[in-house]
Design a binder for this molecule. Structure first.
Ligand SMILES: NC(=O)c1ccc[n+]([C@@H]2O[C@H](COP(=O)([O-])OP(=O)(O)OC[C@H]3O[C@@H](n4cnc5c(N)ncnc54)[C@H](OP(=O)(O)O)[C@@H]3O)[C@@H](O)[C@H]2O)c1
Length: 291
């Protein structure tokens, strides 16, 4: 029986936090869902919803007080994301909670090629500085995003060269998180959470083509082409840089990691892209010929 009986789950209105909350509810764990809008929180047995954003230290501290562990989901892309994460980590510590599981990203470093990963490095640093019994789940890119990367045109575009990655399903990320939250011996550890094998974007495009029965290709872009092809979105530079640097990081080999974390903690091999689409056909709806 786990010693963790009451868990605060942030991001419960989102994909990963929502899945973790469901898995914990299935196991009879009492939860406090810490969300920006309680009206959108999932209705689950043993769960109460409270409002707190990562900009509100007092609400966060109150939300975390009294729980045995916190599942801390990294915030949406935002220029102030590091400050938000540090506020959340400090609130965990100030609430007197020792145990926290944080959704990080592969190879966090102050000079990571993927710019948004630098935020995770700073957040992990703060988890250490506050002397928390944390577990950093260093996720690869979500497998669920591969069809979206191809877009309606069926073209994955980016400056990734022949770089490889082992994308991981959000379902697997959530299962790992639930195991780590309820299990023993994961304190002060960082786990790479990846798919089962490395693939190039050519191979991912070929898999998507086979699954959907329509052409899907990978177009290698130069850095200049990558900025030009995204100019029409009108997104701020920091955001476009985040998108493009994902591909650069793959090209630089920084995501070429395969770990045994999913199998070790869940008892099943990592979900593959065909398996994921079979479970979630909606993921490729935008790629199907009649769309
Ligand atoms: N590994 C990857 O490929 C990858 C890709 C994209 C993102 N991520 C990171 O992984 C996280 C979880 O992924 P996901 O798929 O579950 O994302 P998601 O479906 O967008 O859910 C994000 C959750 O975080 C909450 N949130 C975001 N910013 C917040 C803030 N400032 N204060 C409080 N709550 C906030 C959202 O609340 P609302 O419902 O109110 O918006 C939502 O519940 C993301 O937030 C992002 O940091 C990883």
């Amino acid at each position: 029986m786990s010693s963790v009986g009451f868990v605060a789950v942030t991001g419960a209105t989102g994909a990963v936090g929502g899945r973790v909350a469901r898995l914990l509810a299935d196991r009879g764990v009492r939860q406090r869902l810490v969300v920006r809008d309680p009206a959108r929180a999932p209705q689950l047995p043993g769960a109460e919803a409270v409002r707190a954003t990562y900009d509100d230290p007092d609400a966060l501290r109150a939300a975390f007080t009294g729980v045995d562990a916190v599942f801390l989901v990294s915030a949406a892309e935002h220029p102030e994301r590091v400050r938000q994460h540090l506020t959340a980590v400090d609130a965990v510590a100030d609430a007197g909670v020792d145990r926290v599981v944080y959704t990080s990203f592969l190879a966090p470093a102050p000079d990571a090629t993927f710019t948004l990963v630098r935020d995770h490095w700073k957040t992990e640093q703060r988890l250490q500085e506050r002397d928390l019994a944390y577990t950093a789940l260093r996720d690869s890119i979500y497998l669920d995003f591969m069809p979206f990367m191809a877009g309606a045109e069926g073209v994955i575009r980016g400056p990734a060269g022949d770089g490889r990655l082992a994308a991981v399903a959000r379902d697997d990320v959530a299962e790992v998180a639930a195991e780590v939250l309820l299990g023993e011996g994961h304190e002060r550890a960082a786990y790479d959470v990846t798919g089962g094998s490395l693939q190039t974007f050519d191979e991912i495009a070929a898999q998507l083509a086979e699954i959907t029965g329509r052409p899907v290709t990978y177009r290698r872009e130069t850095l200049e082409e990558a900025w030009a092809s995204r100019a029409s979105y009108g997104a701020p530079d920091w955001e476009v840089e985040g998108w493009i640097s994902t591909y650069l990081a793959v090209g630089a080999g920084e995501l070429a990691v395969v770990s045994d974390t999913v199998e070790r903690l869940t008892g099943h091999p990592p979900t593959t892209l065909p398996e994921l689409v079979e479970r979630r056909p909606d993921l490729v709806a935008g790629l199907l010929p009649d769309h």
